[in-house]
Design a protein. Structure first.
Lengths: 97, 128
């Protein structure tokens, strides 16, 4: 494994560990039905911008759907938020490659 | 290929680290990293990079605010800025270009292609 591949793999694992907490926070946020606070906006934006870099392109796409709305000052679409949470769960449950 | 000093600015540590590794795949690129707009301005003044790659959404001082600060100071006004953003709809790109960026690179980026993409947008800007 090249240096960058090894480094990427390490960062990918770190991303997955953090994503477990992201999943919990996203679930709690949608359960509350509250408008997103700054932490939630940053979480969604981070997933949109970062997940694909670690190879999780579908997760980035689902996060971007919600991120675009929040950045435009619109409320999150519950269907999009649910799809994001489901995709995040799928990523977390996937067997390691 | 010309040597290039790049300052990459992103508040996300993991993305910053990957960007540093990715830019390092080009042996002619020397990448410095900053985690905030304020740190970026300090490093720009100290090291005068050839190009600044700026995340758009950062707390406290976002990418456009950093660009404005660079443009407002004569000694840094001409340093090319490339925005890195997940907001890549046409109107978002247009807004960022109107602020004075030379290019917009989409997030998420491919680590294996980031250095080439940077070279390409800089060449495109130089040819324009």
């Amino acid at each position: 494994m090249s240096d960058i591949a090894a480094a990427l793999d390490g960062l990918r694992q770190r991303f997955l560990v953090r994503s477990a907490e992201d999943w919990r926070l996203l679930r709690a946020w949608t359960a509350r039905g509250a408008p997103p606070d700054d932490e939630m906006r940053r979480l969604v934006h981070r997933l949109a911008g970062a997940a694909g870099t670690f190879g999780f392109h579908d997760l980035s796409a689902r996060a971007k759907e919600t991120d675009d709305r929040l950045c435009d000052g619109l409320p999150a679409d519950p269907k999009n938020a649910a799809a994001l949470i489901a995709e995040l769960r799928r990523v977390l449950d996937a067997p390691p490659t | 290929m010309t040597a290039l000093n790049v300052l990459y600015v992103d508040d996300e540590p993991d993305i910053r680290e990957i960007a540093g590794l990715a830019l390092g795949l080009d042996p002619q690129i020397a990448a410095n990293l900053a985690g905030s707009g304020a740190e970026a301005l300090r490093l720009v003044r100290a090291a005068r990079p050839d190009v600044v790659m700026l995340d758009v959404m950062m707390p406290e001082m976002d990418g456009p605010a950093v660009l404005k600060a660079l443009r407002d100071a004569p000694e840094t006004a001409s340093i090319p800025v490339v925005f890195i953003t997940a907001r890549t709809q046409a109107h978002d790109r247009e807004r960022l270009m109107q602020l004075g960026a030379v290019a917009v690179i989409a997030k998420p980026f491919d680590p294996m292609a980031l250095a080439k993409e940077l070279r390409a947008v800089l060449a495109q800007d130089a040819a324009a």
